[in-house]
Design a protein around this ligand. Sequence first.
Ligand SMILES: NC(=O)C1=CN([C@@H]2O[C@H](COP(=O)(O)OP(=O)(O)OC[C@H]3O[C@@H](n4cnc5c(N)ncnc54)[C@H](O)[C@@H]3O)[C@@H](O)[C@H]2O)C=CC1
Ligand SMILES: CC(=O)C(=O)O
Ligand SMILES: [Mg+2]
Length: 377
Amino acid sequence: MIIGIPKEIKPAENRVGMTPSGVLELTKAGHTVYVQSGAGVGTDFFDEDYIGAGAQILPTIEDVYATAEMIIKVKEPIEPEYKLIKENQLLFTYFHFASCEALTNAMIEQKAICLSYETVETPDRRLPLLIPMSEVAGRMATQEGAKYLERTYRGRGILMGGVPGVPPARVLVIGGGVVGTQAAKIAAGMGADVTIMDLNLERLRYLDDTMPANVHTQVGNEMRIREAIQENDLIIGAVLIPGAKAPKLITRDMLPTMRQGTVLVDVAIDQGGCFETSKPTTHDDPTYIIDDVIHYTVANMPGAVPFTSTLALTNATLPYAMQLANKGWVKACNENSALKLGLNIVKGEVVYRGVSEAFDLPYVPVEAVLQKEAVEI
Ligand SMILES: NC(=O)C1=CN([C@@H]2O[C@H](COP(=O)(O)OP(=O)(O)OC[C@H]3O[C@@H](n4cnc5c(N)ncnc54)[C@H](O)[C@@H]3O)[C@@H](O)[C@H]2O)C=CC1
Ligand SMILES: CC(=O)C(=O)O
Ligand SMILES: [Mg+2]
């Protein structure tokens, strides 16, 4: 298969779709890989590294999209990329469709095959291609939150671990999945007093058994959230309903009840955000303040630590990319139910229910589309 790796053009996005070592595996398997010149520089991978891995370098993003059957990237395409995408081209990347109607409509119009990393789901309900970036974003959420708690940034001016004789900061993590667990682990390591809220009691049992003693668990409902936000210094939003818009758990009217300088980090922003006042920001200008509450809402947090993130992403995506390249998307998705669940939009049809519901678009079961394709092949 002919594979293309373009340079990411989202602001301050320094990751790249595949490391040279991942490219080497693809070229060894007989695939042709084109990499846009400079695609890896943000991660410290250079054209020579990709050439050494058997890739060919193309000068522009237009060349890569025009040449490749499968595009492997990191972030969802942004507006200038829409028109570069060809009919029947396979795009293997994050999309987060439910948070962006314009992207959804554009991909329907381009008639591409959109296989979203974030909805690839194994039978045990794990999201193997979201996990590595959630691990990064969860750990970063605490790191960033701790920074914005400093008074310089108009935060509460409280040190995460306190000092002997002065209590530590209080951290509330809403959503105890991958992001929430990693965020809580780092906050606990810094000495904060941490609470994780989730709706899933089994998950809370597991966290209670495995987390350090300064992490507590609580079932999260509206009343408990209303109470907790008044006493916590850093609040991290980490909920997910796969493929769907995030529920709004902290509403606008709750902000005045929080203490001045409270920091909200909404990691779920890529699915629309779980705080009503969240709107996406970028690493260049990551925060804004409403009612003296600091909001950090960067939708591509792992982009700031590209070395860790690109390696972690390729570790997870390569086995799936290899299946797609070796078998073609129809056979690969028919034979691997996890990959099949990654299909969100196929040649103009929405085949993922969460996306169709987000924008009231007609839903076509993915099996019907795969059957039709298999007949045509
Ligand atoms: N901003 C960024 O750069 C990044 C954002 N993310 C996003 O972070 C979010 C969380 O991802 P993961 O931790 O991997 O998901 P996950 O599926 O591992 O965990 C989500 C947790 O939220 C819980 N939950 C769902 N609804 C809830 C509610 N109403 N109240 C309390 N808990 C609730 C679930 O029970 C689950 O334990 C996703 O939207 C993901 O896309 C992930 C990586 C990077
Ligand atoms: C998961 C995601 O949106 C990211 O890594 O940017
Ligand atoms: Mg994101």
